[in-house]
Write a protein that binds this ligand. Structure first.
Ligand SMILES: Nc1nc2c(c(=O)[nH]1)N[C@H]1C(S)=C(S)[C@@H](COP(=O)(O)O)O[C@H]1N2
Ligand SMILES: [Mo]
Length: 356
């Protein structure tokens, strides 16, 4: 059984990262919209303190009319609000063997917030895109050193992905101005993609005629089976489902203690490849699967979908699992697969449960 108690210890450095970058407690899967304080966080460097008055967003590079936009300029543009499930590409990393040193996520690097902003597409169109644009890069105001390179967090999208109508320059989360840790005053939100694409504290948008060669595109956030290989950039979120662990936890192990009887187990499922079409539940560590009841499809394709399962719990030790399948037929792995960065591990959740 895959359980964190079996993994090698994590270092003090990883602990320091984990203390800054918290996950969403799994009981918060109960909220369709994740309250901002319960949403996971991932910040490579420090949270920049941004004064919104002098702040400007510059739109430059391969455009006919470079622009400098204030927060009021952005707010006065057409806006949309959409619920979007963000998940870190490293979610599930500590379940991968051998151990990959980085932010030591277990399974909680996810959240489903409502983001309000103006579509990126309109801003790019207004700046006037010339023939030959291949990528759009987004630069954050946070700086640090990574892989021995001093840098601002900056990542690009292929041009066609940047022009998808659902990609937002967001200035509100759950109806309030962004919190400092979520990118105040402005962040990108790329629905369906792992979180690394949704650059926070955006200050510069550059339209490029060559692929962007920045660290977060070329070194980080690529799927590689060998450190020497070029690998593939990460993009869409693989299907995953998670359940709210039922009953009460034992403090240290967090294993569950549940009274015998019928319990409604509930959870959420999402995929960046297509709508969720099926969720299954197991109480015997994945030997037997039953179909869960799917909730209404979400109003937005890239928000998670709720599900429930009426579980008849009888005394004994059980391992609860769930498994999602999306419209492309993609489902979750039984066991994690190793890769250099410890990314995209969508292996099924296993919750040790004692029914008394
Ligand atoms: N500027 C900047 N943007 C960033 C990051 C960062 O460190 N700096 N982290 C990225 C990663 S890896 C993830 S998973 C998401 C996390 O977004 P959240 O903290 O709002 O949940 O932000 C992305 N955007
Ligand atoms: Mo991430």
């Amino acid at each position: 059984m895959t359980d964190t108690t079996e993994t090698q210890g994590i270092s003090r450095e990883e602990l320091r990262l984990a203390a800054r970058n918290h996950g969403m407690p799994l009981e918060a899967l109960r909220y369709d919209l994740t309250p901002a304080g319960l949403h996971y966080l991932l910040i490579h460097y420090d949270i920049p303190a941004v004064d919104p008055d002098p702040w400007r967003l510059s739109v430059e590079g391969h455009v006919r009319s470079p622009m400098e936009l204030s927060l009021d300029d952005l707010r006065s543009r057409p806006t949309t609000t959409q619920a979007v499930t963000l998940e870190c590409a490293g979610n599930g990393r500590t379940m991968i063997e051998p151990h990959v040193v980085s932010q030591p996520w277990v399974l909680e690097a996810v959240g489903n917030a409502e983001w309000t902003g103006t579509p990126l597409r309109g801003v790019l169109e207004e700046a006037g895109i010339d023939q030959g644009a291949v990528e759009v890069a987004f630069k954050g105001l946070d700086r640090g050193v990574e892989g021995e390179q001093e840098q601002s967090y900056e990542r690009s999208l292929p041009f066609d992905d940047a022009m998808r109508s659902e990609v937002l320059l967001a200035f509100e989360m759950n109806g309030r101005p962004l919190l400092p840790q979520h990118g105040f005053p402005l962040r990108l939100v790329v629905p369906g993609w792992y979180g690394m694409a949704s650059v926070k504290w955006v200050s510069r948008i550059s339209v490029l005629t060559e692929p962007f060669a920045g660290y977060q595109n070329v070194h980080s956030y690529r799927l590689r089976s060998d450190p020497e290989e070029e690998g593939e950039p990460l993009n869409r979120i693989r299907p995953r489902s998670l359940l709210v662990p039922p009953g009460i936890p034992e403090f240290q192990s967090r294993s569950r203690i549940v009274d015998a009887g019928t319990h409604t187990v509930l959870g959420r499922a999402w995929s960046g490849f297509g709508p969720i079409e099926r969720v299954e539940f197991s109480d015997d560590d994945g030997r037997t699967w039953w179909d869960a009841d799917l909730g209404e499809p979400p109003a937005n394709e890239y928000a998670w979908r709720g599900w429930t399962f009426e579980w008849h719990a009888s005394s004994g030790e059980w391992v609860l699992c769930c498994r999602a399948t999306d419209a492309t037929g993609a489902t979750q792995a039984n066991e994690p697969a190793w890769n250099v960065g410890g990314y995209t591990n969508n292996a099924i959740q296993r919750v040790s449960t004692l029914v008394r």
